[in-house]
Write a protein that binds this ligand. Sequence first.
Ligand SMILES: [Zn+2]
Ligand SMILES: [Zn+2]
Length: 271
Amino acid sequence: MILFTDHRTICATCGTQYPSDVALPELCPICDDERQYIGDNGQTWTSLATLAKDRAIRFSQVSDRLYDLRITPAFAIGQRAFLILSESGNVLWDCLPFLDEPTIAFIRSLGGLKAIAISHPHYYSLMAEWARVFECPVYIHQSDAVWVQNHTSAIAFWSGERKSLWDGMEIINTGGHFPGSCVLLQPDSSGQTNLLTGDTIYVARSRRLVTFMYSYPNLIPLPKKAIEQIRDRMAGVSFDRIYGAFEGMVIAENGRSVFDASVQRYLSIFE
Ligand SMILES: [Zn+2]
Ligand SMILES: [Zn+2]
């Protein structure tokens, strides 16, 4: 297994990895999009070898079947990914722009990965590398296929509004932030249901609300019809806790009522 290549093919601002056998774009299309930004020093690239000098991945267990994984010190967007432990196979929800041997060993000690599922293009990061190492598919919604930069046979595009996995897990395409933006439902062993949202459903600082934005760094809201679509795609879905993409983003109880109140709050702006 060759890790820590010195190919400088990772965008230093968003963490997306590009293929090493074709010329890099002048600007990373993910960052050049209205929803992201080019870094203050212009387009810069880094490599796994450079990151490996001072980065590691920290795990914290947030429930008996759920770990959050973060790069420390933080790199690029700074999102977390989740390792979901499940009887019929573990799932990585979202992905990180780094991977090292201790992380591989830790995940393997818990049974490896049966699949990776990603909420939206900002977290595609090193998905090709992770999929290669764990020999598993990456589930991405077809609507966002145009944003995939590093194509690999592991990428399994899916279409429609819902994709069932196993052990009661399900991916729901709500759209909003990106047309293919998704969330994942995960039944907990305690009988509760976790909703993992990336930034499809963004946990607000007060933790009394969630929000939905076209761009978070550039503060561009979504139109009314997008909020209505998110509401409609989540209709009838029960969940208790909401876990967002960044450290501390958790709504520990009554997630469904927080979601409903937040949709109402947002839609009231258009009245
Ligand atoms: Zn980028
Ligand atoms: Zn995003």
